[in-house]
Design a protein around this ligand. Sequence first.
Ligand SMILES: [Zn+2]
Length: 244
Amino acid sequence: MKTISLLALSLALLLPAVAMAQSTVAATGGTITITPFQHASLELEFGGKVIQVDPAQGDLSKAKPGDVVLITDIHGDHLNPDLIAKVRKSGAPVVMPEAVKQQVGDKVPAPVEVMANGDKKTVAGVAIEAVPMYNLPGPSANYHTKGRGNGYILTLGGKRVYIAGDTACTPEMKALTNIDVAFIPMNLPYTMTPAEAADCAKAFKPKIAIPYHYQGQKPEEFQAALAGTGIEVRLLNWYPAAGR
Ligand SMILES: [Zn+2]
């Protein structure tokens, strides 16, 4: 018995840390619950309100009906009108940039709240700030042009939660302040490498950094690069079909 349990312990120590299915953050008046679905699709819940972000991929059968839905950009890994309809509470507003509205037209019925970079609105009781997300000049410049898509900063129970969207490490991102939780993308050629993403996190110093949108990349490299910085990195299960 002793041999077996020692063997089990040794095996457990050898296995990589298991990426978590859900994560929580303590906030004023309650807990923020984060549920990753796949790639860029996620759910936030706080104070009885459900926020669905980019419902476009993964198994959304367990997604809770959203009081508000946020869409960052026009690409298929962020925007899917059928899945917006699936995760949207009846009459819930969908927040999107103008380019998304132009693309979906009537496929996403009202109420729709168009926000541009820099806009601040309270939608369905949730304070939302739209921030820039774009590629820098160079070979990736045309994937995400400045002004088209939105990253979002939500304030939930006093905590500022930043969903970066598909972005390089822009001057605006580096200049962010007082971010408690940051969802940071890392995949080339569309966003950043894990090393670039880590350098960016060092610039704006979120309390908690959560790699997402990292298909084909190793978020562990991001985590290792931030060791000792005081930034807590949380690895969640963004690609359940691949077991990570
Ligand atoms: Zn994307």
